[in-house]
Design a protein around this ligand. Structure first.
Ligand code: BTN
Length: 258
């Protein structure tokens, strides 16, 4: 990855400060450590992670030389209850950037997965520091499988994951993808900052492959199945159960049934 070239391609403030590491434990952890000392829009980028974190305590497989692992430090002046919108914003930005660079039909599976067909290409882990109902900072952590050979992953990862190269056989420029993603974050973060939720949520809905589908959601409280109806104004998923009851879900793992 060429940091000077990434910077030369930037159109906004996000990414003006980039901290690049060959190896880190987790870019999210480094970003949280330095957040108080750096500017908003600063980025921690690494070639590989030894303790890549996924959602729900999972591991994010982070081989060197092939993928993108980065975390962006943000300080949105919004209430913590709207924090899901940071993930929504990041997924819209990443999906838009990946579509632009590759032309692939990248879609969003609620809340934070970018997929091609049914396989996961990119995951987003947003972490927050809050105090007295205020967000002190947010770290939007983005992992994109770019040129990884999925055949080299373990069987359980192989069955659910893909990479850009795995889809097309093309080796993509990580430099270009990082720059384009940061440009889209810059654009969509502006929309979030002014709380233009209509624009943000309607773009998410346009890129979503979740709404209108029969889904199964595994939550901390159990498993639900039903029709994914809509997102509410906080980015929660509304599901119509077979009983007709509508439930609002704040976190969980979605499987598209049909
Ligand atoms: C998920 O889908 O479970 C979220 C995966 C998030 C992975 C990224 S890679 C960069 C950043 N640093 C981490 O440790 N995790 C996120």
């Amino acid at each position: 990855m060429k940091i000077a070239e990434i910077k030369s391609r930037l159109r906004g403030d996000v990414g003006r400060e980039i901290f690049f590491y060959d190896t880190v434990g987790s870019t999210n952890a480094v970003a949280s450590e330095i957040a108080a000392k750096t500017v908003e829009g600063a980025v921690v980028l690494a070639d590989t992670q030894s303790k890549g974190k996924g959602r729900l305590g999972r591991v994010w497989v982070s081989p060197p030389g092939v993928n993108i692992y980065m975390s962006i430090i943000l300080r949105p002046d919004i209430r913590p209850r709207y924090a899901t919108l940071i993930t929504i914003m990041s997924s819209v930005a990443c999906a838009t950037a990946l579509r632009k660079v590759t032309g692939l039909n990248v879609t969003i599976k609620w809340p934070n997965d970018l997929i091609i067909q049914k396989k996961k290409l990119c995951g987003i882990l947003t972490e927050l520091k809050t105090e007295r109902n205020k967000i002190i900072f947010a770290v939007a952590g983005i992992g994109i499988n770019v040129n990884a050979d999925i055949d080299e992953f373990s069987e359980d990862v192989k069955s659910i994951a893909t990479s850009l190269k795995n889809e097309t056989g093309i080796v993509y420029s990580r430099t270009e993808i990082v720059a384009e993603t940061l440009n889209e974050i810059d654009r969509w973060y502006k929309t979030l900052k002014v709380m233009d939720r209509d624009t943000l949520l309607s773009e998410w809905k346009r890129l979503s492959s979740t709404l209108g589908r029969e889904v199964m959601v595994v939550t901390g409280q159990g498993t639900l199945t039903g029709l994914a109806l809509d997102l509410d104004s906080e980015g929660m998923l509304m599901i119509k159960l077979t009983s007709g009851e509508v439930k609002r879900i704040s976190s969980g793992d979605v499987t598209i049934v049909r």
